[in-house]
Design a protein around this ligand. Structure first.
Ligand SMILES: NC(=O)C1=CN([C@@H]2O[C@H](COP(=O)(O)OP(=O)(O)OC[C@H]3O[C@@H](n4cnc5c(N)ncnc54)[C@H](O)[C@@H]3O)[C@@H](O)[C@H]2O)C=CC1
Ligand SMILES: O=C(CO)COP(=O)(O)O
Length: 319
């Protein structure tokens, strides 16, 4: 059986490499036929050029080639997932595993809700947790959460996708896993902005901790389990992303804080997700001050000094 990967960006490339090196048959789809033709020839993709694609990875730009796969890993960015699914009816029937970390701005829903909406009855799962694509592609050890509401499906996917270096922990808490992965990107932007503005590591630790409290507040209000937020997909990924210049969200924050420009072609999931999370929190009456501050920074409506002053002037309260 074949593992299909939809999206030949950095993460899709890394996952395809890991699965192929574990001896699985892999097909990697990218939307640009010329780029896929080039990748087939050079055995490298543009977004992760340092990694070589092993022989076991077959490349295609035809979505029809993914039909009937044992599982399809959806590695397109969160805001691209809804339009992608609308053009991929041939994926119905295979378990679909969302690898994007974000909340869709137009519908204010997470990736698995988008899958369920596009393909009612098709098993929808999420793969998320602390893992840089470059680390996975190098075969460095990583541990992720594989969440699916259906326990049998999550067990099946855990075994179908785990490799010696890619260790998957299963969960049925899809809401917690999705929200942890989406919101940690917002907090990484906040932490990067604090460092970029030279506010210091103590300020970053404060933002990381209060940011984690915010992630928990929203996720628990939406029915997630506290232990999921404390696990790989929440706290684990927050620690990685909000402290490492290996993260694009963190680097984007650094640029905002230092008032520098940032390459708009780089995928920065937390930028759109800050606005989506804010809309979601207002709908259910949950206060997310750091998320609101990041949304204002991203929209260019505020400076780091203003938003920090706003956060610091909030009423003093118990931790
Ligand atoms: N890069 C990393 O280290 C990790 C990334 N992720 C997540 O994986 C998701 C994808 O990120 P990356 O692969 O890193 O981004 P990337 O920027 O490297 O690649 C994105 C890919 O998606 C394609 N794409 C964009 N819009 C599309 C559309 N409408 N239809 C089809 N394909 C489209 C692009 O052509 C590109 O190949 C994000 O949600 C990210 O948070 C998760 C864990 C690690
Ligand atoms: O999700 C990631 C690591 O777990 C990758 O983070 P960035 O998207 O910020 O690069």
């Amino acid at each position: 059986m074949t593992i299909a990967v939809a999206g030949a960006g950095a993460f899709g490339t890394a996952l395809a490499i890991a699965e192929a090196l574990a001896g699985r048959e892999v097909i990697l789809w990218g939307r640009d036929p010329a780029a896929i033709e080039e990748a087939s020839r050079t055995r490298r993709t543009a977004r992760l050029p340092q990694a070589e694609l092993p022989e076991g990875v077959r490349l295609t730009s035809s979505l029809d080639d993914l039909a009937g796969a044992e599982a399809v890993l959806l590695a397109v960015p969160a805001q691209a997932l809804r339009p992608f699914l609308a053009e991929a009816p041939m994926l119905a029937g295979s378990p679909l595993v969302a690898c994007a970390k974000g909340i869709d701005l137009a519908t204010v829903t997470g990736p698995t809700a988008l899958i369920e909406d596009a393909f009612p009855g098709t098993p929808a799962a999420v793969l998320t947790g602390p893992s840089f694509a470059a680390d996975i592609a190098k075969g460095l050890p990583t541990a992720l959460t594989l969440a699916c509401a259906d326990e049998t499906c999550s067990e099946h996917l855990q075994h179908s996708l785990s490799t010696p270096n890619l260790r998957l922990y299963r969960s049925t808490d899809v809401t917690g896993a999705e929200l942890g992965g989406a919101l940690k990107n917002v907090m990484a932007i906040a932490c990067g902005a604090a460092m970029g503005a030279e506010l210091g590591e103590s300020a970053r630790a404060a933002l990381l901790t209060r940011g984690f409290a915010e992630m928990q507040r929203l996720a628990l209000a939406l029915g997630a389990r506290a232990e999921t937020l404390a696990g790989l997909s929440g706290f684990g990924d927050l620690v990685l992303t909000a402290t490492s210049p290996g993260s694009r969200n963190y680097r984007y924050g650094l640029a905002i804080g230092a008032r520098e420009t940032f390459d708009p072609s780089v995928t920065v999931e937390g930028a759109a997700t800050a606005g989506a999370a804010l809309a979601l929190s207002r709908r259910i009456g949950v206060d997310l001050p750091i998320t609101a501050a990041v949304a204002a920074l991203v929209a260019g409506e505020a400076e780091v000094s203003d938003v920090l002053a706003g956060l610091l002037s909030r009423p003093l309260k118990e931790e």
